[in-house]
Design a binder for this molecule. Sequence first.
Ligand code: NAD
Ligand SMILES: O=C(O)C(=O)C[C@@H](O)[C@H](O)[C@H](O)COP(=O)(O)O
Ligand code: ZN
Length: 359
Amino acid sequence: MHRLEVALDERSYPIAIGRDALAQSDWIGVIRGKQVAVVTNETVGPLHLAKLTSALDAAGKSVTVVTLPDGEEYKTAETLDLIYSALLEARCDRKTTLVALGGGVVGDMTGFAAATYMRGVPFIQVPTTLLAQVDSSVGGKTGINHRLGKNMIGAFYQPRFVVADLATLDTLPARELSAGLAEVIKHGAIVDAGFLGWIEENIDALVARDAAALGHSVLRSCEIKSEVVAGDEFESGRRAILNFGHTFGHAVEAGLGYGVWLHGEAVGVGMVLAARLSQRLGYLDEAAVQRLTSIIGRAGLPTRAPEMPVKRWLNLMAVDKKAEGGEVRYILLRGLGNAVVEAVDEAIVAEVLREHAAA
Ligand SMILES: NC(=O)c1ccc[n+]([C@@H]2O[C@H](COP(=O)([O-])OP(=O)(O)OC[C@H]3O[C@@H](n4cnc5c(N)ncnc54)[C@H](O)[C@@H]3O)[C@@H](O)[C@H]2O)c1
Ligand SMILES: O=C(O)C(=O)C[C@@H](O)[C@H](O)[C@H](O)COP(=O)(O)O
Ligand SMILES: [Zn+2]
């Protein structure tokens, strides 16, 4: 088992990564009170809840289970209210710890419920998708979607522990595994050309769920994400590079309707478009764009953007949280492994969209 630390002073916390991390790590030790509320969904609960609740029962905890409907389209205020209601009905007090058992949707919503229930209770992330293990469970971005934009309502709120039990990935559908690989590729593309090269060499093994390859992809991704988050917890600057591919990707998710394309799929084509934009600005050569596109395709992800009118693309992207004074800022690559954040003239973005994504 591997153990990392997200270094955030008094908000620091461990990440345990391993095939049996739920049984082998000391995550239950960080729970102070007796009451625990596990939030999961109707798909993950039947597969992985028993292992979690039996460990909590053995530790003498009193457990309430909250089961949510499954899907990105349920990452809403209405679903959040289901969590609050269940916590209130079970008389959960301020010492109650919430545990998120599931993918990024459950994790983001449970984190936001923890940030806001009685003005803040502790929470633990037990991510069960590759995407959640390599990305969403780490870093403290929590929240819900709004009809007009992704993750528009939320809070930065760090978990007390992240338990990435690699055995939970055994039940993950292939399409979801590919979606997780998008964020792994992102981590290489933004800061570590060597890791991107490793992904390229091992992409078939990753898709085939080779245990050693998957374990390394989770570990290296968590190292990269932890380092970036530790340097800029609230995204005042450098953390924005973790948003590579997301300005375009979030437009795909909101534009087509939440859940039509998976987050990872939208980020995959978003990275292709951001690479094309980087090329148009003279920052990336054709060979590098093709290399990145090929890795994304070999991961089982779409590489062609859905077609939408350019005006629609631009309107959807105008609400991006990185925009400042009405100017949308993009994450661009000045070479593979070197991301920068810059405002780009809308006419240039429109040109790239017309060529690669327009209806
Ligand atoms: N907070 C962050 O930093 C951050 C980072 C990246 C993504 N996100 C968010 O995360 C969400 C995407 O997360 P996701 O890709 O995990 O999607 P998800 O949470 O919808 O999970 C994907 C699907 O896999 C199922 N599932 C989960 N674990 C399983 C398992 N072990 N076996 C079988 N099925 C399983 C889920 O029920 C769901 O149907 C998006 O809302 C995205 O915005 C947040
Ligand atoms: O942790 C971050 O910072 C990220 O940007 C990680 C992204 O992969 C993730 O999708 C995040 O939820 C996007 O955040 P948002 O602020 O653009 O909504
Ligand atoms: Zn993401």
